[in-house]
Design a protein around this ligand. Structure first.
Ligand SMILES: Nc1ncnc2c1ncn2[C@@H]1O[C@H](COP(=O)(O)OP(=O)(O)OP(=O)(O)O)[C@@H](O)[C@H]1O
Ligand SMILES: [Mg+2]
Length: 460
């Protein structure tokens, strides 16, 4: 591992030399003799720790400390004080010094202090790196959408992210609801606090309440200790209530209370707990319909739907397909650790014709598989999975959509019927009598079905 860098700032050559002797085994040291020199050296040499004398001709240590902290508050500075004047030390600490060591110094004390300062700097750098990476992943640059509907979504996010406003994200599976929820959190002033995600569909109804609000010890058989709920853990941050459409009616009432009053009780608790939490909810269910059939409370809906973000299905924004393909070819290659690949324009055209029932997630998976499995560069039509080449959505996918209430049975059946009739018409050169014959029906019934399904004679 690279040695950490320590900058020694002292006008006394004897001190500089003895400090260097102590540290040189473990650190890369450099030395300057005045505050002025220190200030010009730091931006270039970027030391991990600065050892700074207090009493120097010219700029004294405290003034230099102040300047260093103004330039970059992350650099830990350890003061070297000639006498243990408490006053100077206290001032230095107030100005942001990491610690101080008195001269003549004790070798062990010096070593330990520098070690702590270096470790602290490493931790800060690591945290910053992590935060940067997470922030970058959910930054607008990594959310693809040039279609007007997506631009509108981005505009809304830009407006509401800084506020505490409750947001309801809707959209089919794979349209990016979770991604958008994270983007809102990481673009908000709460970004430094926690984002707690709770999947309302994945937790059994009898445990969901204690998941959300926590419980006191002994409140039920398995409650051996007090447990904090997700709402408490999200205090000052954001809670993402995913699949909110699956929330049981009894919990809908409780959630409504938290939103209205900003407070709740742990299961088995008597004390009310107040939290400051921003709520972002998402669902792929049609909540309007759920309200009509009584499975979702309308008062809760209006509380959540303060700002609505309806994400379009991918087939409603085909203009974004080329961008998404490019995006995933590049980031997936990076993630997997293989060179990037190009894709032929015929293959892109084939992508454009496919309806993408699994939306962005589906295209992401297809591209990842292509990168791994195809040995062609550019990737061509022949590399694409059969379902995409034929433009046919697997029956299993449609069934899945219906069972997840993303599509009504009537719509699914209509789509299927439309596809068959169109295929039959194509097969017989658009002669309706022959198509009816092929489908074992009469021309009159075929015509009736075509009108109902919106199959124009011309375009058929
Ligand atoms: N606009 C976009 N740009 C880039 N990547 C996207 C975009 N939308 C979605 N993705 C990616 O697609 C995948 C699916 O997105 P996400 O998990 O957010 O969908 P979802 O709507 O929550 O789906 P589900 O309803 O199934 O939970 C993720 O890997 C996400 O990063
Ligand atoms: Mg999701």
């Amino acid at each position: 591992m690279e040695k950490r860098r320590v900058l020694i700032v002292d006008d006394d050559a004897g001190v500089r030399e003895s400090v260097r002797m102590v540290l040189k085994g473990h650190y890369e040291t450099s030395m300057v003799t005045s505050g002025e020199e220190a200030l010009s050296a730091i931006p270039e040499s970027r030391p991990d720790v600065v050892l700074l004398d207090v009493l120097m001709p010219g700029l004294d240590g405290l003034a230099v400390l102040e300047e260093i902290k103004a330039q970059d508050p992350r650099v830990p500075v350890v003061m070297l004080t000639a006498t243990k004047t408490v006053k100077t030390a206290v001032t230095a600490m107030k100005l942001g010094a990491f610690d101080y060591v008195t001269k003549p110094f004790d070798v062990e004390e010096l070593t330990l202090t520098v070690e702590r300062a270096a470790a602290d700097a490493a931790r800060t750098a690591e945290l910053e790196q992590l935060r940067w990476e997470v922030g970058k992943r959910y930054s607008p640059a990594n959310i693809i959408g040039s279609a007007p509907s997506m631009q509108e979504i981005f505009r809304t996010i830009g407006m509401v992210a800084p506020l505490k406003t409750t947001v309801l994200i809707t959209g089919e599976s794979g349209t990016g609801k979770e991604l958008i929820a994270k983007a809102i959190h990481f673009q908000s002033p709460r970004a430094e606090r926690s984002l707690v995600t709770l999947n309302c569909a994945a937790i059994p109804e009898n445990l969901l309440e204690s998941e959300l609000f926590g419980h006191e010890r002994g409140s039920f058989t398995d409650a051996h200790a007090r447990k904090l709920g997700q709402f408490e853990l999200a205090d000052q941050g954001t809670i993402f209530l995913d699949e909110i459409g699956e929330l049981a009616p009894s919990l809908q009432a409780k959630l409504l209370r938290v939103i209205e009053q900003g407070e709740f009780m742990r299961v088995g608790g008597k004390q009310t707990i107040k939290v400051d939490v921003r709520i972002v909810a998402a669902t792929n269910r049609d909540l309007e319909e759920a309200m009509r059939d009584g499975s979702f409370r309308s008062d809760l809906f209006y509380r959540l739907n303060v700002v609505a973000l309806p994400l379009p299905a991918l087939r409603e924004r085909v203009e974004d397909l080329p961008l998404l393909i490019k995006h995933f070819l590049s980031i997936k290659a990076q993630e997997i650790g293989i060179p990037e690949k190009a894709i032929s324009s015929e293959a892109v055209d084939t992508f454009l014709r496919y309806p993408w029932p699994g939306n962005v997630r589906e295209i992401e998976n297809v591209i990842e598989r292509l990168l791994v499995l195809s040995d062609h560069d550019p990737i061509g039509v022949e590399d694409l999975p059969e379902s995409i080449r034929s433009g046919r959505v697997e029956t299993a996918t449609i069934q899945h959509q219906v069972l997840r209430r993303e599509k009504s049975l009537t719509d699914a059946v209509d789509e299927f019927e439309r596809e068959i009739i169109q295929a039959a018409l194509t097969e017989v050169g658009f002669n309706q009598t022959r198509a009816a014959d092929l489908l074992s029906t009469t021309r009159r019934i075929l015509k009736y079905r075509m009108d109902k399904l919106g199959i124009a004679e011309a375009d058929a």
